[in-house]
Structure formats: C-alpha cells, structure tokens
Design a protein around this ligand. Structure first.
Ligand SMILES: Nc1ncnc2c1ncn2[C@@H]1O[C@H](COP(=O)(O)OP(=O)(O)OP(=O)(O)O)[C@@H](O)[C@H]1O
Ligand SMILES: O=C(O)[C@H](O)COP(=O)(O)O
Length: 394
C-alpha cells in the first residue's frame, strides 16, 4: 500500500485519534459478536506499547445524528478493557470541553473511548466543523476502521484534512489481502456471491467477471438469474428490474470465458419458517406457490467440487436462509468445502457469511474473514474508499 501506516510515524507521547469499527451486534446491552473488537486489538496494543495517548472513536448502529441510549459504546469500553487487561476510560460525548479535559489528563499508554460519533449529525455529513473538533483532540489520526472505510464521514475522512493521517494494522491487512486477491490472484480464482441484497451485489458481479475463472451464484440473488434463464421462480426473491442485467452478465461471462455456476436444484418451502413443508426440486420446477430458500444437494456437490479445485475463493453472501436450520445445508456445504481445502486461500466478506462460518464452527479454517461488509464489496468493485484515499501517501 502506498499509504503511511503507524509504523511510519513516531507515536510516543502523541495524542492519537484512532478510528475503529466497533459497530458490533448487541442484544439487550450484551455484545453478541466481538470479532471487530478483537480485530482492532493489534493496533491499540501497538499504540499503548509505544507510549501513545490513545483516543478511540467509533460508530455503533445508525442513530441518525442523535444520542440513542441503546447505542452508547459503554459495553464496548468495558469489554475492550477486559480484552486489553487495563482500564479503558469512556466519555459520554465525542468532543467538547469535557472530552478535552479527559484527553488532557491522559498519560502515555492510557486508552480513552469516545461516545458514538454518529450521535452528531455532522458525522455522516462529513461536516468540517465536527472534523475540526475531532482533530483538535489529537496530534495524529490513525484509521483502522476498514468496515467503515467506504463512508466519507467526519471521523473516517474529514479529520484527515487537519492532522497527519495514517492507517492502522487492520486496515493495512484488509487492503493487502483483498488487494492481492484481486490484483494478482492465484488461479483458479472463484468468486461465490450469494445473500439477499441483489441491488448491492450486481455491481460487484460485473467487476468480478473481469477477474475470476469461476463465478458461483447462490442465495436469494440466484433467482433473478434463474428467471433470466426463462424459468419460473414461484415466490422466491426476485429483483424484476435486474433481469436484463442478469442476462447481460451471463452473456458477458460466456464472452470472457468465465465458468458461470447457477443452482441446478433447490430446496423450496411453502412458508418462510423452520417448520415449513419443504422439498428438493430441479431448477426448472419451482412450484408457483413455493419459495426457494436454499440450494439443493446436487448444486452443493457441484459447488464444493469447484471450490476444492480452486486456489483462491472470495465468498460474499450465504447460499440460503442459513439462520433457519432447515435451510442452512447449502451454506454449510460451501463453508465445509472451504474448510476441507487447505490449499485454497479463502476470503470471507460480509457480515452474514462471516456469521454463518462462525455458526458452523469453521471460522478458524478460513484464511481471512474480513471485518468489512459493504466496505469489502465496494473495494472489490474497484471503488475508491474515502477512509483510505484521505490517508497520507508514503
Ligand atoms: N434464497 C433466499 N431467499 C431469501 N433470503 C435469502 C436466501 N438466501 C439467503 N438469504 C438471506 O440473505 C441474507 C444475507 O444477505 P446479505 O446480502 O446481507 O449478505 P452478507 O454476507 O451479510 O452481506 P453484507 O455484510 O453486505 O450485509 C441472510 O439473512 C439470508 O437469510
Ligand atoms: O457494519 C458495517 O458494515 C460498518 O460498520 C458500516 O456501517 P454502516 O453501513 O452503518 O455505515
């Protein structure tokens, strides 16, 4: 990467505003997945060990510019303190006189977590005044929030206009792994795209067709392609206005010599529930009153075979409604094939795919699980990430 990292600057005695992505899932004030906190630890520990005064900032959820009690970062400060084995102070605001007083009292190696930066309307507007307030707190900006790098906000981008800006280790690692996967991929290179957000993922498919040897389509996304092939999809997820695009992509794949894999059989259900009646049908036979909620056993075998014969696999989006055990088998088969292929470098992107791999107990078998959902997709689409472009060049 041609951007400076914390290794390139002296942090001793400096007040460091470190943007992290502590946007973790919470239920009743309890953190249900701490992956993003753990992933930020190397940078925080480095700053502590090298004598920085560490000021951490993050968003949590989408509070839309106002303080929302359930979206305070207090439980995160507590958990971070436990993980670091040291006291983590927390302010009830993200800037202003009270925060400045706390910052002034920091000793080298101390850690302070600011309140949710999205409690202020200026954050998502990338308001210059708010960015200046953040900048006033520190001598150096470290951006380690890869998960929010696709957002041009005051704490991810704007602040870099006022103080020196460098990347943290997580940011660096994510960019390196995803960058290598796309610029100099080991082959055969396979991309697996699933999930439900057809609109969000269509763009990445176009870009991937220039890169990959195999493209596997699954999840709710698949049925727009199935329809484009002229088959009925019953009540399955369908993005009617994307059918033409799906056709275009299938033609493009042929033209570029990309092997395009679609489900040949599916599990259909008469209801979106764990106890629904379900059956396996071929892709030409989805009944009009039924909904396809998972890929079928023949498809699983074909996909697993492609995975086993790949050197690099990038996976974003589950193959079915894996949250319901009745429709988790397709996603599990893909995760298992990756786990059983030690020579295949696997990159998992997207919150739900990562959660699925975790649910099946296979997370430690994957080569890289990205902390970015939208960010990893935008990166793969070839879009510039504002949280990265604003960092100082080497
Ligand atoms: N056949 C299907 N019909 C309906 N929903 C599906 C189907 N297959 C998968 N899904 C749903 O897709 C959702 C995940 O889609 P999504 O596009 O959000 O993926 P993701 O990996 O989490 O990406 P991101 O992190 O960008 O959100 C899951 O909740 C899953 O139940
Ligand atoms: O969860 C994420 O993908 C990041 O934290 C960004 O969150 P956002 O989509 O609310 O900007």
């Amino acid at each position: 990467m041609n951007k400076k990292s914390i290794r390139d600057v002296d942090v001793k005695g400096k007040r460091v505003f470190c943007r992290v992505d502590f946007n973790v899932p919470m239920k009743d004030g309890v953190i249900t997945d701490e992956t993003r906190i753990v992933a930020a630890l190397p940078t925080i520990q480095y700053l502590i060990e090298n004598g920085a005064k560490v000021i951490l900032a993050s968003h949590l959820g989408r509070p839309k510019g106002q303080a929302v009690e359930e979206m305070r970062l207090t439980p995160v400060a507590k958990r971070l303190g436990e993980l670091l084995g040291k006291d983590v102070k927390k302010t009830d605001e993200a800037y202003g006189p009270a925060v400045e007083a706390e910052v002034n009292s920091l000793q080298e190696g101390d850690v302070l977590l600011l309140e949710n930066v999205r409690f202020y309307a200026g954050e998502e507007k990338n308001d210059a005044e708010l960015a200046k307030e953040f900048a006033k707190l520190a001598d150096l900006f470290v951006n380690d929030a890869f998960g929010a790098a696709h957002r041009a906000h005051a704490s991810t981008a704007g602040i870099a206009d006022y103080i020196p800006a460098v990347s943290g280790f997580l940011m660096e690692k994510e960019l390196e792994v995803l960058g290598k996967a796309l610029s100099n991929p080991d082959r055969p290179f396979t991309a697996i795209i699933g999930g439900a957000k057809v609109k969000d993922k269509i763009g990445v498919i176009r870009h991937l067709l220039d890169k990959v040897d195999n493209l596997i389509i699954g999840g709710g996304l698949a049925y727009t392609f199935v329809k484009a092939q002229g088959h009925e999809v019953g009540k399955s997820l369908l993005e009617a206005d994307k059918i033409d695009l799906a056709n275009e992509f299938m033609a493009l794949a042929k033209e570029k010599g990309v092997n395009f894999y679609m489900p040949v059989d599916v599990v259909v259900a008469d209801d979106f529930s764990e106890t629904a009646n379900k059956k396996v049908v071929s892709i030409e036979e989805i009944p009009s009153d039924w909904e396809a909620l998972d890929i079928g056993p023949k498809t699983r075998e074909i996909y697993a075979d492609v995975i086993r014969n790949s050197k690099l696999v990038v996976w974003n989006g589950p193959m079915g409604v894996f949250e319901l055990n009745a429709f988790a088998e397709g996603t599990k088969a893909v995760a298992q094939a990756l786990a059983d292929s030690p020579d295949t470098y696997s990159v998992i992107g997207g919150g739900d795919s990562a959660a699925a791999v975790e649910k099946f107990g296979l997370a430690d078998k994957m080569s890289h699980i990205s902390t970015g959902g939208g960010a990893s997709l935008e990166f793969m689409e070839g879009k510039e990430l504002p949280g990265v472009t604003r960092l100082n060049d080497k």
